[in-house]
Design a binder for this molecule. Structure first.
Ligand SMILES: *Cc1c(COP(=O)(O)O)cnc(C)c1O
Length: 466
């Protein structure tokens, strides 16, 4: 055994700072392939134990090159987000303290820090004061949590007690969604027992927003209990539905309105971007992520529900061995998990590190970087801008220069350029099919992205096109 006390923890600190300090100099893509990772990490079950510090050193060696550089500023794929320094450090302490954040009684500070961070987030996002919340693993489980409350409420209005009677024999619930929705919405609907056939996609316009006349028709066509899911920034272009118009129309029919705001809800924290979200506060529930634009390490999702009674009723549970606190907030009353990580510490740290102004600055800065990436790459010969960012998401398409090249040729060219840029190690992008055409997504959510990172990405694309 090592003679230094807590040697494994010291090794972890050493490796972590080395890793972060090296981000700018390493390729963004993973350099270790599947086979080598399996060989390095695999083997038989160890028969005998290993010194903890050695385990950590070995883990770092065996996984070297097997990490994407998404902690750094040159990663623009999907919508991933980094980790603010205090949030990462708070996350280490969360593991150290190892509280079971199910109940106040199991971890008093973990419960109170969530209570405070939840209230701060409601303030920053401009959500109604009566709103309840839950810290989940991600937006996927935030959808599940919010839509469980919705299910309870819309069936309850018709006199159906879903907790007692389940869904067998219940009135059919319809879920109106955007045709641009994220697939996590469909999965939440499936988890809740509604089934894929209860999902009614509504047409969007060229700017990715639900068409109000199509929405009105869908509302008319579906009597019975209804849930509506609108986008506060869709994943491809960051489109916001017309909340001010759609939400009152939906609520007038008795529908519950839920918002997918995985990253886009954070636009509420910026005075200049908040106008994009006008009316979103009229909804019944909102799902967003801590691990995307707030730059809290994985995993952290955030669910907010206006009807706290429906939220609590759909999640709470009682058992003789639960030490329920009458005054404190027990997370188990609001979350689908039982034993769980104290997710509040990292969120609390991130919000303190940023403050209201820092969060606004992060949002605005990301949008500026996204716009610059799209404009500068879009200006190159053979590049078409499919979507100029109005928030932090843009789309670019690379055209096959051969005479007579067709759309499928441009699709192939686009994927080839993305792959070549990623192979350069200078930047990392992902692709998508948007309105039938392949495109490179430009997504900026990481606090570490600088103007220099943007220029490196631009230069990498220019080099590939030459
Ligand atoms: C990322 C994302 C989700 C899913 O969020 P997770 O945190 O990965 O569960 C849902 N909707 C949108 C728009 C997203 O970008």
């Amino acid at each position: 055994m090592s003679d230094v006390q807590f040697a494994a923890l010291h090794r972890a600190l050493h490796h972590a700072t080395e890793y972060l300090a090296g981000l700018d100099g390493r390729p963004v893509h993973a350099t270790a392939d599947l086979d080598s990772l399996r060989v390095r990490l695999g083997g038989n079950v160890p028969e005998f134990g290993t010194d903890p510090a050695q385990v950590i050193d070995d883990l770092v060696t065996a996984t070297a090159g097997g990490h994407l550089g998404c902690a750094g500023g040159r990663f623009y794929a999907w919508v991933i987000g980094g980790g603010l320094e205090s949030a990462v450090a708070a996350d280490w302490l969360t593991s150290t303290w190892d509280q079971n954040a199910a109940l106040y009684a199991c971890g008093p500070a973990a419960a109170v820090v969530e209570e405070v961070a939840g209230a701060w987030l409601k303030d920053l996002l401009g959500l109604p004061t009566e709103t309840s919340f839950a810290f989940t693993t991600g937006c996927q489980l935030a959808h599940f949590t919010c839509l469980a409350a919705a299910r309870h409420a819309v069936l309850g209005r018709g006199g159906w007690d879903v907790n007692a009677d389940g869904l067998f024999g219940a009135p059919a619930v319809r879920v109106l969604v955007s045709d641009q929705r994220h697939a996590s919405v469909d999965r939440a609907v499936r988890f809740l027992g509604f089934g894929d056939r209860s999902v009614v996609p509504v047409t969007t316009d060229a700017a990715g927003r639900i068409v109000p006349t199509a929405f009105a028709r869908a509302l008319d066509d579906n009597t019975g209990p209804m849930i509506v899911v609108l986008d506060a920034a869709d994943l491809n272009i960051g489109a916001f539905d017309s909340f001010g118009e759609l939400i009152p129309a939906a609520r007038a029919t008795g529908a519950w309105v839920h918002i997918d705001g995985a990253f886009g809800l954070m636009a509420r924290a910026s005075r200049t971007k908040r106008t994009l979200t006008a009316g979103v506060e009229l909804a019944d529930s909102w799902a967003t992520d801590g691990h995307k634009w707030l730059n809290v390490p994985f995993d952290c999702g955030l669910a907010f529900v206006r009807d706290r009674a429906a939220h609590r009723a759909s999640m709470t549970v009682s058992a003789s061995y639960i030490a329920a606190e009458k005054l404190a907030r027990d997370q188990i009353d609001w979350n689908p998990e039982w034993s769980r990580r104290g997710r509040g510490f990292a969120v609390y740290a991130a919000l303190r590190e940023l403050g209201r102004h820092g969060l606004e600055e992060l949002i605005d800065r990301s949008c500026v970087h996204a716009r610059k990436l799209v404009d500068e790459i879009g200006r190159m010969v053979g590049v078409e801008i499919l979507w100029e960012p109005c928030l932090n998401q843009g789309l670019l398409r690379f055209l096959d220069p051969r005479p007579g090249a067709t759309d499928p040729d441009h699709d192939v060219r686009t994927d080839q350029v993305i792959e070549a840029v990623n192979r350069s190690g200078e930047a990392f992008f992902s692709g998508t099919t948007w309105r039938g055409r392949r495109a490179m997504r430009v997504s900026v959510v990481n606090w570490r992205t600088t103007e220099n990172d943007v220029q490196r990405a631009v230069a990498a694309v220019a080099a590939v096109l030459r």
